[in-house]
Design a protein around this ligand. Structure first.
Ligand code: ADE
Ligand code: ZN
Length: 346
């Protein structure tokens, strides 16, 4: 690897903000800011159990993953029309472009919406149109990944896949999210096998709160190409070696981990340890409206808290391109952009 000279903390923060990056772990429903939740509730005549934006924001104090998910699913209840899904995704993509995100792979949770009577067409058409328009507006590329909710049954996941298949050209892959503990990857072995046959990319949340064995089974049973979170892999030396050897990316979300108390403090985060062990770790925002910041805030705060260096910043941006499902030409264009910026800081 090329030698990169360290720079002063303020310049490093500038570099982190300016560097081109891909965001690979963002739940679009987790980008709904309280202001937009209230605007959509007003537009759609949905009653909310909070008096105003401040009262809703004040409820964002979480003790673990489940305490967050309860409020996150409630927030999504204001999404009813295609335009609502469009506005949500368009707002996120403008915000991401402002953070110099050049490519985003966006999770969506269709079961959260279809269970309330919203049609799959409404969800996918709104999100997809936003991705197309964002690329025209700012050049950012965006692709959708359909996530199955792991607290529901595999049968429900199969029914969701069937409903989505008429739109198969509008999403590139499938993922697995929601309550991790007690819902191991094996529960979804058949539906992921079917998705593999259909040619979809596959990712899964594993090792956020759950044990290393969930990461092993996401790899061996679901045959995923990336692990979302994965920070619990440090408990298992053999697993760390495998992730490094096979260059299986981890989409790490530091502020999420802090807010959901996966680590007591941001300073205790293991991102540096993952990078120094040669893992293809990336930085992402997960649910930025709930966890206190978009991708650049994740970068800047994590670097300030843990003392990571310019060398780590460069590795994280390179990893984000490598880990993405972009074609080789686009990846090499992103790497050239990054190298040009690095030269200006050396
Ligand atoms: N859905 C939205 N954010 C999530 C997270 N961090 N883990 C699992 N499911 C989620
Ligand atoms: Zn997530």
């Amino acid at each position: 690897m090329q030698h990169i000279k360290p720079i002063a903390p303020e310049r490093l923060a500038d570099f982190l903000r300016a560097m081109p990056k891909a965001e690979l772990h963002i739940h679009i429903e987790g980008s709904l800011e309280p202001e937009l939740i209230f605007a959509l509730a007003g537009r759609n005549g949905v009653a909310l159990p909070y008096a105003d934006v401040e009262a809703l924001r004040a409820a964002y104090a979480f003790s673990n993953l489940q305490s967050f998910l309860d409020i996150y699913y409630a927030g999504a209840s204001v999404l009813l029309k295609e335009q609502d899904f469009y506005d949500m995704a368009r707002t996120y993509l403008r915000r991401a472009a402002a953070d110099n995100v050049v490519h985003a792979e966006i999770f969506f949770d269709p079961q959260t919406h279809t269970a309330r009577g919203v049609a799959m067409d409404t969800v996918i058409n709104g999100l997809h149109r936003a991705c197309v328009d964002a690329q025209t507006e700012s050049g950012i590329s965006a692709a959708l990944i359909l996530c199955f909710l792991r607290h529901l049954s595999e049968e429900d996941a199969f029914a969701t896949l069937e409903q989505a298949l008429p739109h198969r050209d509008k999403f590139i892959g499938v993922g697995l999210d929601s309550s991790e503990l007690g819902h191991p990857p094996e529960k979804f072995s058949r539906v992921f096998a079917r998705c593999r046959e259909l040619g979809f990319h596959r990712v899964a949340h594993a090792g956020e709160e759950g044990p290393p064995s969930y990461i092993w089974s996401a790899l061996d049973v679901l045959q995923v190409e990336r692990i979302d979170h994965g920070v619990q892999c440090v408990q298992d030396a053999l697993l760390m070696q495998r992730l490094a050897r096979e260059r299986i990316p981890l989409t790490v979300c530091p502020l999420s981990n802090q807010k959901l108390r996966v680590f007591p403090n941001l300073a205790d985060h293991n991102l540096g340890r993952l990078l120094d062990a040669g893992l293809v770790a990336t930085v992402n925002s997960d649910d930025p409206a709930y966890f206190g910041g978009y991708i650049n805030t994740n970068f800047v705060q994590t670097f300030a808290a843990t003392g990571l260096t310019l060398q780590h910043a460069y590795a994280l941006a390179r990893n984000s391109f490598e880990a993405s499902f972009c074609g080789p030409d686009r990846k090499s264009g992103f790497r050239d952009q990054l190298d040009q910026l690095l030269e200006a800081y050396q």
